[in-house]
Write a protein that binds this ligand. Structure first.
Ligand SMILES: Nc1ncnc2c1ncn2[C@@H]1O[C@H](COP(=O)(O)OP(=O)(O)O)[C@@H](O)[C@H]1O
Ligand SMILES: [Mg+2]
Length: 325
């Protein structure tokens, strides 16, 4: 459905010098390698989380996929079409929804923008009405679509933004930070909606977010990028197994003991009686458990994987030595 092979993007931006004339005739350009040889394929019905720190290349990737930008090199195909050619058949099947930018007409009610999109995409009025009805119910916002956009809250505006972007019932949707800046409750509403829309419409979705919660809940598969390079492509559960070198060992002590004794096992990362937490190398777990049972009196002991947030953080910092696969 989506095929990306050896995709690279270099931005060239003019560098301002001191002299206007020498600038004009001898313009200097600064090059930014935003995407560096990225490849992946995404099948029908998949929902994939694209994550990475600021400047990683997430928006650039989505812009190329939706035909806004032309790649410097590499192949990008969606439903067998090249996005940048912007064929009508292509545009009708995709949508690019950004959390930060809006396509709504500020002074008018959102329903006007919906109508505009109805004309752009040539949607029969009956289908249009049905879609608006269905989406407003899903987002519980029937009364909002007739109010001027400027009078809506940020969360309400995002709902309108979603409907405007989905009027043509696209099969493929690129969501770029759809929950950015929203309060926790609105984030939750958007998340639930994306999930429901995907299930009801068998849509294929790529979602970027810097809230791990979005990605954790919505996407089974993760693409992790940093500085334009792909660091990981796979199941979100596998990333912990593959890249985490440590586990958390939590011990519930029977009685208060001196930190010196706790340190006989290893240096604890936290100690708030009765709980003491150690972060232990996976290869040392059994030895540590043995030490704990020898040195400490405890009522409970649990061993847990590192949270995915931590693993991804260390992937970005490239602390782990085994990321060069
Ligand atoms: N129009 C542009 N001109 C020059 N550099 C750009 C432009 N857009 C993005 N970049 C640079 O490309 C890199 C990737 O940006 P972007 O795709 O927006 O990252 P992300 O969405 O992951 O934060 C960054 O270093 C950014 O500064
Ligand atoms: Mg971005």
């Amino acid at each position: 459905m989506i095929k990306v092979k050896n995709l690279s993007k270099i931005y060239k931006s003019p560098v301002k010098g001191k002299n206007f004339y020498s600038d004009l005739f001898n313009r200097q350009y600064k090059e930014t390698l935003a995407l560096d040889n990225i490849s992946f394929t995404i099948g029908e019905n998949e929902i994939v989380g694209l994550i990475g720190p600021n400047g990683a290349g997430k928006t650039t990737t989505l812009k190329i996929l939706s035909g806004i930008l032309y790649p410097t090199s590499g192949v990008c195909q969606i439903l067998g079409m090249v996005p940048f050619e912007k064929k009508h058949g292509f545009l009708k099947q995709i949508s690019f929804i950004m959390g930060q930018r809006n396509q709504l007409i500020w002074d008018l009610p959102a329903i006007e923008t919906f109508h505009l999109n109805q004309h752009i995409y040539d949607i029969p009025i009956a289908d249009f009405k049905q879609t608006v009805d269905n989406l407003t119910k899903l987002l519980d916002c029937q009364d909002l679509i007739v109010k001027p956009v400027k009078t809506l809250s940020l969360g309400e505006r995002m709902k309108m933004e979603l409907i405007a972007g989905l009027i043509h019932r696209p099969k493929i949707i690129f969501f770029d930070e759809p929950t950015i800046g929203l309060d926790i409750f609105s984030q939750e509403v958007i998340r639930d909606f994306v999930k429901k829309y995907q299930t009801e419409n068998n849509a294929t979705i790529i979602l970027t977010s810097h809230y791990m919660e979005d990605v954790k809940r919505l996407a089974k598969r993760l693409l992790v990028i940093n500085k334009g390079k792909m660091l990981y492509d796979g199941d979100q559960n596998e990333i912990v197994k593959k890249y985490s070198l440590e586990k958390y060992v939590t011990v519930t002590l029977e009685r208060k003991i001196d930190e010196k004794i706790l340190a006989l096992v290893a240096k604890p990362i936290t100690y708030h009686f009765p709980r003491v937490v150690y972060k232990i190398d996976k290869s040392n777990i059994s030895q540590t458990v043995k030490l704990i049972s020898e040195k400490l009196k405890f009522s409970d002991l649990t061993i847990e994987e590192e949270p995915i947030e931590e693993v991804i953080k260390s992937l970005f910092q490239s602390k782990n030595k085994n990321i060069d696969n």
